[in-house]
Design a protein around this ligand. Structure first.
Ligand code: CAA
Length: 383
């Protein structure tokens, strides 16, 4: 793996940071308090190509490689994880499986719209009683002539109330992973109801919702991939999502590091700057090493993905390490800021609230460890 960034990668990183520093960072606290990002940010992000990263130009994307993709997610994580989630879920968890499994018609329709930011998507796997145990989901899709009728309930769906299309995972066959299929459901289909979940600890600017599916009718052509392929499609999407999440967490760690470094130089106690205290430098060193280690793990997974090699376990390692490190870094940042870290005058409290969910969604730390443990031992702890 060559760690030297190309001129194109560096120029995208610079452009992304300048854009986010101008269009997102000044507004993130106000969006956090209002519990909604301004939707006007979506076309602006699209203009810069965020929604089209790694998507071929023939489907409206801007192509680019997976390291550039990680750079984009890192910058978004540093700026505002709520905004990162909008891009990461729409392009990553919805656009990517359409690219991987969709028909030419689905690619020309939904993928093109997602890649150009003219539509957003959401990914509906989790149910009120089914989280980590995804292969036992209970939402049903029953074939009636040329249609499927979908009934069930989903929860914790990022972008839920914003999305134009939802990848719904539903049972079309017997129990277990092989009985699951995926469908591209337009969110204005009758019977598709959404309710936003308010009062989240973090990611407040991002619309997270419950979805109620009651007699939702879609044509058979709305199926993504083959009947019974839904679980594989979900895992395919989450493997890629975990690389994106890891890179986003690197952004959180770097955001914390930047904030603590700047504050430790300006704040004085005992007649000298905080930066001169060994225990503050210890915290800064922890964050700095974690940022590098998490970035290298994310880039290794991205590099394997780029080269078409198996990368799932590496994605789990990256997601596990980076998310736990983001929680550690934001916690340390609050400690370094003292009382000022506990209020929202500085960004570190928001970093901590946003970081907390990263060890939960797109596969908990425990699930990542079991996937890593299974790869090491050849023994599955899931049965
Ligand atoms: N890629 C492709 N196929 C895969 C795969 C992968 N990464 N992982 C498993 N499969 C296939 C297997 O090969 C197997 O098929 P075959 O029998 O044909 O070989 C089938 O899927 C079943 O595999 P497992 O036996 O490994 O499945 P399992 O039932 O033991 O489950 C699990 C494994 C890892 C626990 C899985 O259920 C899992 O990842 N759970 C976590 C779910 C999760 O991350 N949820 C987050 C939802 S999204 C979200 O957070 C909200 C949001 O809005 C972002």
């Amino acid at each position: 793996m060559d760690l030297t960034l190309t001129d194109e990668q560096l120029s995208f990183q610079k452009l992304a940071r300048e854009f986010l520093d101008r269009e997102v960072v000044p507004h993130r606290m106000e969006w956090d308090r209002a519990e909604s990002v301004d939707p006007a940010i979506v076309p602006k992000l699209a203009e810069l190509g965020f929604f089209g990263l790694t998507i071929p130009e023939e489907y409206g994307g801007v192509a680019g490689d997976y390291i550039t993709y990680c750079l984009g997610m890192e910058e978004l994580g540093r700026a505002d994880s709520s905004v990162r989630g909008i891009v990461s879920v729409s392009m990553g968890l919805v656009g990517k499986p359409i690219l991987g499994f969709g028909t030419e018609e689905q690619k020309q329709d939904w993928l093109r719209r997602i890649a150009t930011g003219t539509a957003t998507g959401c990914f509906a796997l989790t149910e009120p009683d089914i989280g980590s145990d995804a292969s036992n989901l209970t939402t049903k899709a029953v074939r009636q002539g040329d249609e499927y009728v979908i009934d069930g309930q989903k929860i914790f769906i990022t972008n839920g109330t914003w999305a134009d299309v939802c990848v719904v995972f539903a049972r079309t066959g017997g129990p277990g992973p092989k009985g699951i299929s995926a469908f591209l459901v337009p969110t204005d289909t009758p019977g598709f109801e959404r309710r936003e979940i308010k009062g989240k600890l973090g990611l407040r600017g991002q619309a997270t919702c419950e979805i109620f599916l009651t007699g939702v009718r879609v044509p058979a052509s709305a199926m993504l991939g083959q009947e019974g392929q839904g679980f594989k499609i979900a895992m395919y999407s989450l493997d890629r999502g975990r690389v994106s999440m890891a890179a986003g967490c690197v952004g959180i760690i770097c955001g914390c590091l930047d904030a603590v470094v700047a504050y430790s130089k300006e704040r004085h106690q005992f007649g000298r700057p905080l930066a001169s205290f060994q225990m503050i430098q210890d915290m800064i060193a922890e964050m700095s090493v974690d940022a590098d280690a998490a970035r290298l793990l994310a880039w290794r997974a991205a590099d394997l993905l780029q080269r078409g090699e198996p990368f799932g376990v590496e994605a789990s390692k990256a997601k596990y390490f980076a998310s736990e490190a983001a929680v550690r870094a934001s916690n340390l940042a609050i400690q370094a800021f003292g009382g000022y870290g506990y209020i929202d005058e500085y960004p570190v409290a928001k970093f901590m609230r946003d970081a907390r969910v990263t060890t939960l969604y797109e596969g908990t730390s425990q699930i990542q460890k079991l996937l890593i443990g299974r790869a090491e031992t050849g023994v599955s702890a899931f049965v």
